[in-house]
Design a protein around this ligand. Structure first.
Ligand code: ZN
Length: 277
């Protein structure tokens, strides 16, 4: 049985229609007390993000990750595996902090990072690829080709959608199976598009289905099928960039949030927000 901690390591402020869309950036610590696994490794320090992408925010980088792990009494060397849901810059940076861990990625994701769908070009960064390729094989880098089981109770589904090598860990806890869906529907609105608890713009005609996200490598139908496969194989989904996700599972446990309150993505960044770690 595993416990899952959602580590909020920073935020991105993404300009969208004259406003700033706030995306919290999460990394997940999955632990059974003996094995400590990270799902995703987050983004670089916000200063580097600003230089690379002209996007503001706070946090990120080694300091943020170290600080969050320390809250759980862990150091980077305690992490055995880093499972990357995909290789976009806000999910797969900082792997150099874990030289002794095994980084686990789909083979198809590595190839896509080298030759991305054109609209994905800004999201893959050379230094992230270079770090992965510099790792000792097979101990430092484990390439997968489809679904697999990392450990008993830690299953990974290969679900091409947002990227060709997208993979979703499904983790068994005392309450049930939590799917860490990352950017396969990175907000609850994509999973419950007709439900007023999930979105302030419920779309009635999507009542029996899901909504695909805007950044895709596959067709809308393939994306929806991927979401269906995750739902068929899990009890709750945990999206990557929603403010309302459970921060500790199974203590916090919900399939859908109570309301759109707490969804801060269109609120103004606050002066009280941290600037860095
Ligand atoms: Zn992404």
């Amino acid at each position: 049985m595993f416990e899952i901690h959602s580590l909020r390591i920073g935020e991105l402020y993404i300009p969208q229609g004259g406003k700033l869309h706030r995306d919290p950036v999460h990394v997940w610590l999955v632990t059974d007390g003996e094995n400590h696994i990270l799902v995703d490794s987050g983004m670089a320090d916000i200063k580097r993000i600003e230089e690379m992408l002209k996007v503001t925010g706070w946090g990120g980088g080694h300091d943020a990750l170290r600080a969050k792990l320390a809250e759980h009494g862990l150091a980077a060397d305690d992490i055995s595996h880093v499972v990357l849901t995909h290789m976009h810059f806000d999910h797969a940076d900082n792997t150099d902090l874990f030289p002794n861990a095994t980084v686990v990625v789909q083979k198809s994701e590595l190839f896509h990072a080298i030759d991305p769908t054109p609209s994905h070009r800004p999201y893959f960064k050379g230094h992230i690829m270079a770090e992965l390729l510099s790792r000792k094989r097979p101990k430092g880098l484990q390439l997968e080709d489809g679904d697999f089981e990392l450990l008993d109770g830690f299953r990974v589904l290969h679900v091409p959608s947002h990227t060709p090598g997208m993979q979703v860990p499904v983790v068994t806890t005392a309450r049930g199976r939590a799917a860490l869906v990352s950017d396969l529907g990175d907000h609850y609105k994509y999973w419950f598009p007709a439900d007023a608890r999930a979105t302030d713009k419920p779309t009635r005609y999507l009542g029996d289905t899901f909504m695909a996200g805007p950044i895709r490598s596959e067709s809308e139908r393939d994306w929806i099928a991927a979401m269906q496969r995750v739902v068929d194989n899990s009890d709750i989904v945990v999206p990557a960039h929603d403010f309302r996700i459970p921060m500790h599972m199974p203590t916090d446990w919900w399939a859908i949030p109570d309301s759109t309150e707490g969804d801060l993505c269109f609120t103004e960044p606050q002066p009280s927000d941290p600037v860095s770690f």
